[in-house]
Structures are given as C-alpha cells and as structure tokens.
Unconditional design. Sequence first.
Lengths: 293, 341
Amino acid sequence: MASRAQKMPVSLRIASSAFVGVWLVMAAFPFLWTFWGSFKVELDFFSIANWTNALTGAQTKETHGSAFTGAGYHGAWVEEGFLRNIINTFIVCFFVVLSSLTIGTLGGYALSRSAYRYTFWLLITALIFRAMPPITLVAGYMLPFFEWNLWGILPTTIIVLVAINQPFTLWMLHSFFQSIPKELDESAKVDGCTQFQAFRHVIIPVMWPGVITTGLFSFLLAYNDFAVTSMLLAESNRTMVPQIAAFLGTTYTEGNVMFAVAAVVSATAPLFILVMFFQRQIVSGLTAGAVKG
Amino acid sequence: MKHRTFFWFFLPTGLAMLLFIALPIVSVVIQSLFIPHEAVLITVESCGPFGCKEQTSIDQEATAVLRAAEPLGRFAGLGIYFDRGHLALSEVADAWRSSESFAEFYGHLRNLPFYRAMAFTLAFVFVVTPLVIVMGLIIALAVNSLHKRLKGLVIFFSLLPFVINPLVGSLVLFWMIDSRGILGYSLQWLAGDPDLSLKASTGLMWISLMVYGVWHASPFAFVIFYAGLQTLPKDQLESAQIDGASRWQQVRYVVVPHLMPLVTFVALIQLMDNFRVFEPIVGFNASAHARSLSWAIFNDLGGETRQLSSAAATSVMTIIGVAILLSPVLVRTWRDFKGKT
C-alpha cells in the first residue's frame, strides 16, 4: 500500500486482520489439534468427561504413565502394517510423476508449437476429460482388467493414474511452454538440430521451473487419489488413502480409532513438508492455469 | 511444426488418453446396456419312497460357463437406465399420478436413490461454488492488506486445507465435530443442548459437508484471486479515489471487474470438482443422510457384489451431467476460437 490515501482506516484494518486471524485458525487448527491428539488415548481425544482432557491427556497419563503416547502409531505402523501402504504410496507417486512428466512434456511441447487447428480440438478434448470424475471410468476398467488378470497390482494403477492425470498435465505444461519464445527452438533448428534435439537440449533446460511445478501437481493428484486406487488395488497392495478408508470400517467396531488418527497424521506429514518447501511453485502452478486459461 | 513431428511427439500422451480415458468411456457405455446373467436354474425330479418331487436349484456350473462365455451379461437396452435404481420411470410416473401437490411428488422423488443423489450433488455444487468464490475473495483482499512478512506465513497455512487429501481432510474435521470432539462439544455448549449431534440430522449433515467443501476449496480461490490482485492497475484505483469512490465502491467497480476472468476460471474448476463430491461422504460416514452420484457409483462397484452395469449406467448419466454443466463454457470457447480464425 503505497499512497497515503490507500491507507485503511483503523477500524477496517482491525476487521481485516481479525478476519485473517479467524481464517488462519480455521485452516491450521484442525491439523494441529489432530496432530496433538494423535499422541493421546481415545478417551482423551474423544473426551466425554471433560474436553480439557484432550489437552492435558489425563487418561493417557493413567494408561501409559506419560501425557504422550505413541501407541496409536505403534498400532497403525506395526500391528496393522501401515508401513507397507506408505511404501506403496511412494512407489505409485514416484512412477506416476516420472511417466506423466515424460509423456506430458512431449505432448505439451507439441501442442504449444503446432499452429494447426487440431491442437485446439485436442486441448478441448483434454478439458472435457479433465472434467469427468475419474470414478466414472472405473466401471469401464473393471471387466477388461479382470479378464486379463491385470486387476489389483501396482503397475496397472500407475498407468491408469498417469492417463487420468494427462489432461491436467497437458494444459499446465502447454501454458508453460507457450511462455517460452518460439525463436529459441527455431534458432536451434537453424543450427542443425532436429525438433527433438531442440526440445531436449534447448527447451527443457529453460523449462525446469515449469516441469517441477507440474510434477508437484502430478504428485498431489496421485497421492490424493482415492476413487481409483481403492477400486483398482487388491487388499495387499493398497496405498495409504484406501487403507485409511479400510481402517474406518474396522476401527469403529474394534475401538482403535487412534490407529486411524495416527495413520491420518502420517499421511498428512509429507504434504506438510511439501508445502513448506514448494509453496512458491504450488502458488505459481495454480495461477499459471488461471492466467492463461 | 510438421504433422509428422507433431504426431510422434503427441503419440505417447495421446495413446495413454485414448486407451485409458476414451476407450473406458466406450466400455462404460456398452456395459451400461447389459445386465448380468441370471443364475441358470435346473429342475430335477427327485423320486423318493413317498412319491416324486420337483426341485429347482441353481446350476452353478452352467451359470459359471455362461458368465465366462459372455462376461458382459445379456443385452438389456436402456433397461438399466429406467429401473428403480436409476431414472425409475415407472415409479416417477406413479408418484406423479398419485401425488396431489408438488411437495408430495417431491417427497416421493426423494425416496428414489438416483434423484436423492442428484439432489445432494446439485445442492452441493450450487451452494459451495459461490461461497468458495466469496470466501476466497475476502481472504485475498484481507491478506493483500497485510504486512509483507506475514503474507508468506498466511499463504503457507492457507494452502494446507487445499493440498490435503479430501478423505483425510474430511476425517480430521469429522473427528472434531463428533459429539465428543472439540467442535461438537462446543456446539452442544453453545446450543445448550447436550444431545445435539451433527451426525443424527440430515440437514446438519448437509451443512457440515458443505462447510467442509468451502473449507477445502477456499484456499484455491484465494491463491488465484491473490495473484490477480498483484496485477491490479494502481492508476485505475487512484483515479477512482480522486473521483470520490468509497472503499466499497473501489472494490465493487475496480477490483471485482479486474478479477472477473479469474472468477469465471475458479467457478469453472469448482463446478467440475464439486460435481464429483465423494470423499467427504465417506470420511463423514454420511451415506445415511447424503449421497452423491460419485458415491452411488463407488457403492455399486465396491463390496462383494460388483454391480458393474448399475455403476456404468450411473457413470454415463454423471458424464452427461458434467457435459451439461460444462456446455456454456465449451460454447463460449468455440465462439472465441471461431472469432479468432
């Protein structure tokens, strides 16, 4: 706020700061609360007697001798084998990001450098594909995958997730590539490069920020998917999110909700770290689509 | 770029989308026209010392053979679309004839699973989308007036509800609004009603789901609008001020028109994303009160009996719904494109 006239009156300034404060509490408090609560026993986290128990951990002290306990984590990671699901998740995410970036950069580059009419139609088709809920496709996968014995394993799910992410990846990379001047690859071609060499040695080196940003969103899409992974993975190959959903079915009856709470916190932690390091890229990725789109 | 080069560059991604998006759509449409084979019945006459009896039983072997030979099932045309689980034409016609008022007719409709899911999905889309836009705009305006150092921190925490997995995010909220959780407890205290439970009432459950929707998507709108505010032309604001515009008028007549393209963008993305609302219903364990189209598909697909045909029919209708929602945008893009060439 540069000019004096732009300065807010005190009342408005207070109101606006208060609003930001309220929003911050809304955005962050649920996570802090759940994180704190994950080190308590169920009777403290869901306290019937007194809500301050959740803060002080009165019942936790009685059961475990200290106000904090890792029992929930032990239960989830060791007893329920959640570690397996975590590893699966990272295998899936790694390969999804790698393959969608590889084929996405090729496609996005082609779309941004071709001036023919069909590029428009391809982009519109991608937009329509992007709009369709992934779960609507699952009924179409089931029968062929059962027939060919492809159902339930990680590679199938990875390929499906890559394909589902492509429309979004293409749009995002397309807008990043458009911001790189065409003269760059033209001068490379004048110097004797083929189109692919120009792409590989000239364009990709200046595209890294865009590629990293798109990779982040591919990661988020793969990491956060529930509809596809829960339907296409067999019980032994589950990733984190379907496993958490499966916990819900069993834990409410067996009384170990804290396993699910610990699992939820474990699944949130990587995202927390991701946002911490890549905040700038996430923001730029979100806005890249909007400004161009 | 030459056609040939374009083709090779686009081939991998094109092939992926063709095989795993376009073909499955075809497969879903075909699947929705077939219903599973009924079990093959076999009638055996078993004769005992007290005379003969005819017994009907399922011929497991023949059923398995038939199902293996034609895994799609038998052709049913549009039968599945019209059955009770979907459009329920005969039930709707009955309800129309027997109902005396529109409210009664609506009451009948609410009992049919497809219309119930449709009602919640549309309500969710058209309540959450505008609220997200308004909320995002207010947060963006408020954060924009903050001190520079604070902005980064606020953006960091604001992004959390957005990047979080929808299932995990809804669980985190759900445990808090549980009648023994901190929010549920506070609500009981505020309302002075110790038996108040959000889980017990359909209306409150809908509101909770929508609050979750706004909480989850507001950061997205906020980030977009915040970026738009950075490109706000200063001179326009200043001239508006010189002309004596109040602060509210500046927002109304300068800031909002400047952000309008972004509002359209956010609205478009939110329409698409809210239409697929599904995870919060699982997380909130709310299927007794609220069901969405995606939830209906998921429910058909899961469990012991995978009702592929029923899920496929709902999928096709969901895709048609998305197409209808999206059509204004598509028509506009087409006009823009035609105007350009």
